[in-house]
Write a protein that binds this ligand. Sequence first.
Ligand SMILES: Nc1ncnc2c1ncn2[C@@H]1O[C@H](COP(=O)(O)OP(=O)(O)OP(=O)(O)O)[C@@H](O)[C@H]1O
Length: 376
Amino acid sequence: MRITRLLIRDFRRLHEVDVLPAGGINLLVGPNGAGKTSVLEAVHLMAYGRSFRGRVRDGLIRSGAPAVEVFVEWEQGDRTRRAGLRHGGDRWEGRLDGAPVAQLGDLCAALAVVSFEPGSHALVAGGGEPRRRFLDWGLFHVEHEFLPAWRRYARALRQRNALLKAQRGDAELDGWEQEMATAGETMTRLRADYVDTLQASLAEVVPGIAPALGAASVEFLPGWKRAELSLRDALLLARDRDRLSGHTTVGPHRADWRVAVAAAPQGEALSRGQAKLVALACLLAQAQDLARQHGHWPVVVLDDLASELDAGHRERVLTMLGSTGAQVFVTGTDLQPLASVLDAGATVFHVEHGVVRTAGPASAAMGRPVDPPEML
Ligand SMILES: Nc1ncnc2c1ncn2[C@@H]1O[C@H](COP(=O)(O)OP(=O)(O)OP(=O)(O)O)[C@@H](O)[C@H]1O
């Protein structure tokens, strides 16, 4: 996947940015507060429907503007695809390849982006939610059975929770529990298989980017004692407790996974830097698996790489990504820490006061008068 045009309007301090990125590595360089991360956030928004720094309504829309707009054109195999998203905080409108989109999830499933940013270490060090989201995002993209099962499960779970809160009887719970069990067992089988795939992919990625971490292993926690009982029985057993708590305490919505590396055996705590490396390795393992399944790499965005990783790891990561041919966006305040990449022929953009300009002939079209397509 290669983004060939990125148009952003009213996104944080970016009023209107029109970028023609190159294949390979794109460096966005500029002072603090210039708007570099916002460019990456816009790409992430199109792929996830939210920013990695929170929801749209939490400050993403440029002060005084009614909505953000992002338009992305990209090459996918021999196809050119286009997606436009206008998000006003509560309301959104989207178009994909010229047609309106009914569900935000359908729009987001089109463009695959893997993002590493300062909050990514939560994948290793934080609560279960980001890890579940990571797992499910990967599955949405590689396993067509997953999304329908996930939707069925989520709906049945909402119904069961409502019945629990209303202290309704067993007969009413039975039907929804059966539905949760059917959809939840499917989801869990797919998640367990996906974790195995991820482990195999990690075994290839870690030696390349962070050999000192040693062998990585991933453990899947399904959300109930799956080795001992079915989900149907687990829900039945938990009924009385769930009535007291007013919500469902077991099931795939409580699933989690853990990654351990040989460098920190027996639960030794990872340093913050090591946790970031492990998180990055997981993201790149996911990207690599996606590339195997789809035949092309997702777009990779790396925010503020120089302050996240030391020089040796930066170089390994960028060398590895350079060898895959993936399109990569990297931000930094200085070119110097990324000099080794420049030698390898990266494309540089300067970002200042919310304006993005090309720094070299590779994308001479940058900075030309904007002629935006009708996004929506
Ligand atoms: N809703 C908004 N409206 C206008 N400006 C905003 C809005 N939200 C954030 N900003 C401004 O956008 C800038 C943040 O941009 P961004 O985080 O993309 O910068 P950056 O170049 O990545 O900075 P750093 O190098 O410090 O990480 C800040 O100057 C901030 O004041």
